[in-house]
Design a protein around this ligand. Structure first.
Ligand SMILES: Cc1ncc(COP(=O)(O)O)c(C=O)c1O
Length: 447
């Protein structure tokens, strides 16, 4: 009997010959636990209520009565002088349970959003779900795919929040190094070929997905150009991988126009995209959205029906009203301002890095986002320097690069510095302290 590996390789070869290979069987990506999820009867009724005619007599759900809510009105004054006021029916529904997939009017706006910014092929065959930030969408998607010991493809370095989701599965990390444009396609292909060429194990499991954070990657700040995305997409297609496109910094690039996404080139239905309002409206809203092929989104929805029920109605209504108030042109202008805000901070941090770290460390100018990814020269492992002597001795805090490495036990010379929040004078002070730390650390190693 042929082993799993040879069967899968065979199907891989067939797929390669028949390109483009549209994904036809999503159950291949779904683990047994997720296959066991069934629609919740009460949540399905809630979905029906959202679209039912207004004269329906509703005796089904145990929704608390709006008259018992202690709030009469919620009023937000905006920094541009305008206001958002929630009252009456709108406030009542913002304070009430809602459909699992999201507040219907917001979902409609989000569909327009995807059409406007990504215009993916076959948007009608994709579903959108409002999630508790991008994080929860990612977590649900990963839980839907992974089995213990599965291989996963990630960039090196990788957003630590995703490593935290993956680690409990004790996966085999197929980690692919980044260069200044993000994950390298040829290294990705090499790594997948290497994995499949391990001949002593005929029961190798296929990796099911590839995780990427293509715009202003956390922590490296790289922005992946569309040419590279197309190459990576081709590799994903050859190896039948889903692409988890985690893109919360999509509007925080420092280019002239929005990057073209994986979603926008997804002719085969293999991209699941995670957007977020955290970095642009407010992270406390805990609001993001996941866009993907309907069969997979249905499993995510069933998971949410059993876990959070739905993302906060209040957060969704606030975001909806804000989007309505801004309009799409206003939204784009708003993003330009945010971009400019962070770009000034990026420039400032880059100046203080030049001032204090010349010769002591290396970094590339981030093309977006909130972070400077710094390689310390002559200190092969920065962990104790950052976590012990930095925090307790010098009173300065960075993230040691270990947090972003699939194997955090290996020595790592990188640190992540964030320019998003600290006052500018603190950045200068912080980098002066880092320079001292590096000098002292090198002396310590010479002893
Ligand atoms: C790459 C990346 N993905 C996801 C998240 C989580 O975002 P959210 O607040 O939307 O859950 C973050 C937050 O820092 C992030 O940097």
């Amino acid at each position: 009997m042929p082993g799993m590996r040879s069967l899968w390789q065979l199907s891989g070869q067939i797929l390669r010959k028949q390109k483009p290979s549209v994904v036809s069987d999503y159950s291949y990506f779904v683990n047994d636990l997720a296959k066991g999820r069934k629609p919740s009867p009460l949540r399905e009724l809630m979905k029906m209520l959202a679209t039912a005619s207004s004269d329906i007599i509703f005796l089904a759900e145990g929704l608390p009565h709006g008259d018992t809510h202690p709030f009469n009105e919620a009023r937000f004054s905006l920094k541009d002088g305008s206001h958002i006021t929630l009252s009456g029916k709108t406030l009542t529904s913002a304070l009430q349970y809602g459909p699992t997939e999201g507040y219907p009017q917001l979902l409609q706006r989000l569909r327009e959003f995807q059409e406007r910014f990504h215009n993916p092929p076959g948007l009608d065959d994709r579903d959108i779900i409002a999630t508790v930030g991008a994080q929860d969408g990612l977590c649900k998607m990963i839980e839907l795919c992974m089995d213990f010991g599965d291989p996963v493809v990630v960039p090196a370095p990788t957003y630590s929040g995703v490593l935290a989701m993956l680690r409990p599965y004790r996966p085999e990390f197929l980690s692919v190094k980044e260069d200044k444009y993000g994950m390298c396609p040829y290294k990705l292909r090499d790594e997948l070929n290497r994995y499949w060429s391990i001949s002593h194990n005929s029961m190798l499991k296929p990796p099911k997905f590839l995780y990427l954070n293509p715009t202003a990657s956390n922590p490296s700040g790289t922005v992946m150009p569309i040419e590279r995305k197309k190459e990576i997409y081709e590799v994903a297609s050859d190896f039948n991988l889903l692409i988890l496109e985690d893109d919360p910094y999509y509007f925080l690039h420092f280019d002239d126009k929005e990057p073209q996404s994986f979603l926008s080139i997804d002719t085969e239905g293999r991209v699941i995209r995670f957007d977020s309002f955290s970095k642009v409206f407010s992270s406390g809203l805990r609001l993001g959205f996941i866009t993907g092929p309907r069969p997979l989104m249905q499993v995510v929805e069933y998971h949410m029906q059993a876990s959070v029920l739905h993302t906060s109605s209040l957060s969704q209504v606030i975001a909806l009203k804000l989007l309505d108030q801004l309009g799409w042109d206003g939204f784009i202008k708003y993003m330009e301002n945010i971009r400019e805000f962070y770009m000034k901070r990026r420039n400032f941090m880059s100046e203080v890095a030049k001032k204090h770290l010349q010769g002591k460390a290396e970094w590339t100018m981030p093309d977006g986002g909130m972070f400077l990814w710094i390689k310390v020269n002559g200190v092969p492992d920065v962990y104790d320097m950052v976590m012990k002597r930095g925090v307790h001795g010098k009173g300065v805090m960075f993230v040691p690069g270990h947090a972003f490495m699939p194997d955090p036990t290996l020595p790592c010379p990188y640190i992540r510095a964030s320019y998003s929040l600290a006052p500018l004078e603190d950045m200068d002070q912080g980098f002066a302290r880092l320079a001292e730390l590096i000098t002292e650390e090198k002396k310590l190693h010479l002893k």
